[in-house]
Design a protein around this ligand. Structure first.
Ligand SMILES: Cc1cc2nc3c(=O)[nH]c(=O)nc-3n(C[C@H](O)[C@H](O)[C@H](O)COP(=O)(O)OP(=O)(O)OC[C@H]3O[C@@H](n4cnc5c(N)ncnc54)[C@H](O)[C@@H]3O)c2cc1C
Length: 480
């Protein structure tokens, strides 16, 4: 048993970040009777979903501090039924966008409603940036405490001491850029998808998009309407040639699939590694994001190494600093809100003393075993926190750590069919889907209104979810 056994009731907990993860953490911590303060750098709650028209203008490769990476036209890529929290469904609201995959502003409305319903706003300090988190002198019983230094708007920095800190700062804000020969000398426009908002300024241009995951494809589809040519560059053109990509290429003459960019030339040429080239006006990097915790001082006890945050026991607790330091929302390639709720409940139960953690040595051993297993499976370090939508793992995780109920079968089927539809046709899957009986019954039983009538499909497809599940390959799916 670790230090988690000490009496945590009425202890002060600081949650950093008021995105979906930080907000659900605040709710769970309060439910366990803890005294919660949420510090949020933005002027509102919502995190990524607080759309920001600013684009890191002076620094289009994206290091200038804008948090949200949403572009103006973005619609959710996961069904609203599964973006919900376990006891707070993201039901369509009258007057809003009632579609299954609504526009991003709809999710922001839902998040604000979540705050209102659970009375969270009085715990949240907006416009407050955390600039330093470091170990404070310990309490008399030896347990760790944390000094949190923050800055409210233009005010002087202030310091407070907390018994625990929950880091929920998200990980889709710091661009992960490839290293391409000539990038530093290329004088035309280069930006990361983090800084892409609207297509207008690309009208008539030749654009190269590096990266063919969801963002790359969606930005390409938006740009091809106004641009002269759009070239999508993939690590492997064979792997990139999914049914969805084939359809995109067949539909639009000005959309092209290209291999890896080999180098950029000062005269505007973008040379691909098969020797072909285009003269481009802009390069957009849709190449993902890095984890970053610039405020955290742990004397090397928590590091970020090639996107591995660690060591973190079950992606949450750094063994030598647990339970007073924890992270919620680290995993990627899953539908986060519910999993962040699971992690939050676990953290809250540990901090309130209802659950204990293994010893630091055991936690460290578990982290090492987990990393070894990932490596043995051939996964690179930067994918340490990718869960590849392993819903069974998520269920077991929740049951094991905090008695969280398993996800209902109809929701799982909805996730599988959504991913399968997306892989089949990324342009139409949001508005052209056919629910199985299991999904239809599940929705009805859980109070979801009937889905709006949908346009007939261009081609016949059966609705056998079993077939879809078999065809679904977790290692290949793309999800942010
Ligand atoms: C383009 C895009 C599309 C996406 N689409 C989907 C989708 O369709 N479905 C889906 O489920 N997920 C989607 N996601 C993933 C989405 O980010 C997560 O669902 C979820 O919003 C992450 O919540 P979070 O609270 O972990 O992080 P965030 O939403 O990023 O919130 C972190 C919060 O921490 C604050 N913060 C950061 N640093 C500090 C600091 N030093 N001091 C104080 N505050 C700080 C930030 O301002 C922010 O409010 C998408 C992501 C992107 C980028």
């Amino acid at each position: 048993m670790s230090s988690s056994s000490s009496d945590w009731s009425s202890k002060k907990v600081c949650v950093i970040g008021a995105g979906m993860a930080g907000l659900v953490a605040a709710r769970e911590l309060r439910r366990e009777g803890l005294d919660v303060t949420v510090l949020e750098q933005s002027a509102g709650v919502g995190g990524q979903w607080l759309y920001d028209a600013a684009t890191d203008g002076g620094d289009p490769l994206g290091m200038a501090g804008v948090h949200s990476s949403l572009y103006a036209s973005l619609r959710l890529n996961s069904p609203r039924e599964v973006v919900s929290f376990s006891d707070f469904p993201f039901h369509p609201i009258g007057g809003g966008d009632v579609r299954r995959y609504p526009v991003h502003g709809e999710l922001l409305r839902f998040i604000r409603e979540f705050c209102d319903v659970f009375g969270l706003m009085d715990a949240i300090r907006l416009d407050t940036t955390v600039v330093r988190v470091a170990v404070a002198p310990p309490r008399r019983d030896g347990s760790l405490r944390w000094t949190v230094r923050s800055k409210h708007n233009g005010d002087a920095e202030t310091e407070e001491v907390f018994d625990a800190v929950v880091v929920a700062t998200g990980h889709y804000s710091q661009p992960r850029l490839p290293s391409i020969d000539g990038m530093d000398k290329w004088r035309r426009r280069q930006l990361h998808s983090h800084s892409y908002r609207v297509p207008d300024s690309f009208a008539g241009e030749v654009v190269v998009i590096v990266g063919c995951n969801v963002s790359g494809k969606e930005v390409a589809l938006e740009l091809r309407r106004v641009a002269k040519e759009v070239h999508l560059s993939a690590k492997s053109t064979t792997e990139a040639l999914t049914p969805s990509m084939s359809k995109m290429l067949a539909r639009y003459d000005n959309l092209h699939l290209r291999p890896l960019v080999e180098h950029l030339c000062e005269d505007g040429r973008v040379v691909f590694d098969d020797g072909s080239f285009v003269i481009a006006d802009a390069v957009i990097y849709c190449t993902g994001y890095n984890y970053s915790f610039p405020f955290l001082e742990t004397e090397g006890k928590v590091t970020v190494d090639d996107n591995r945050v660690g060591p973190l026991y079950e992606h949450v607790f750094p063994p030598s600093l647990a339970p007073s330091l924890s992270f919620v929302g680290i995993p990627a390639k899953l539908i986060l809100p519910r999993f962040a709720e699971v992690q939050s409940r676990w953290v809250a139960q540990v901090l309130s003393g209802r659950r204990t953690l293994p010893s630091p040595e055991e936690m460290l051993r578990a982290v090492e075993e987990y990393n070894r297993a990932k490596e043995a499976a051939g996964l690179p370090k930067w994918q340490t926190h990718h869960l590849f939508l392993d819903l069974e793992y998520c269920d077991e995780y929740g049951e094991r750590h905090c008695g969280f109920p398993r996800m209902e079968q109809w929701k799982k089927e909805l996730i599988w069919s959504s991913i399968s539809d997306m892989r089949d046709d990324i342009e139409t899957y949001r508005d052209d889907y056919h629910d199985s009986d299991v999904i239809r019954d599940g929705r009805r039983l859980h109070g979801w209104p009937p889905s709006p009538p949908l346009a007939p499909r261009p081609q016949e497809k059966d609705d056998d979810d079993d077939r879809r599940r078999k065809a679904f390959s977790p290692s290949k799916f793309s999800l942010r």
